[in-house]
Write a new protein. Sequence first.
Length: 207
Amino acid sequence: MALPMMPKATAVWLVENTALTFKQIAEFCGLHELEVQAIADGEVVAGMTGLDPIASGQLTQEELDRAAADPNARLQLATSNIPMPAPRTKGARYTPVAKRQDKPDAIAWLLRHYPELSDAQIGKLLGTTKETINKVRDRTHWNSPNIRPRDPIDLGLCSIMELQTALARARRRVDAAKTQREKEEAKEEAAKDAVAEAAAAREQTPQ
């Protein structure tokens, strides 16, 4: 399903400027309904400037009016005739100078919300180094007092699809490690049981 640019900023605008239900906004922006409710309550993304999806060509006024009139309707993203740049498949991610100062905030956000991501995955998503990630994690980064976790999607440092792909891989890795650990624990328990059974058998054997 196609999602709007800067989903949370778009959700902020829709919450503030429309009568859409939380469910409609959540479905359009690829968020959980509770996330939208938290945005409306001011519990998350406080101070974030909303992104007008109509002005950015992602939604038409007619489509917005249609959905506002029917709480069960789903918003449809407007199609754009503007050609999109081909995704980069090789080489390091280039980050505009103006956004580089946002990277520590994005690193802190990923470390807080998705601890299953490896440092290598975070580095690839944000175009940063393991050294910087470690400094943000252990709060030895030169700008630590001013770092505040912010969603890298909202900052424009990665796309929601890139993050979802990284998370899927991370969770497969975590599940595989868990399965391997459970097998090893089962083997250890079986070995302990075998030793206990052998000891019990020796005690019951007449001398």
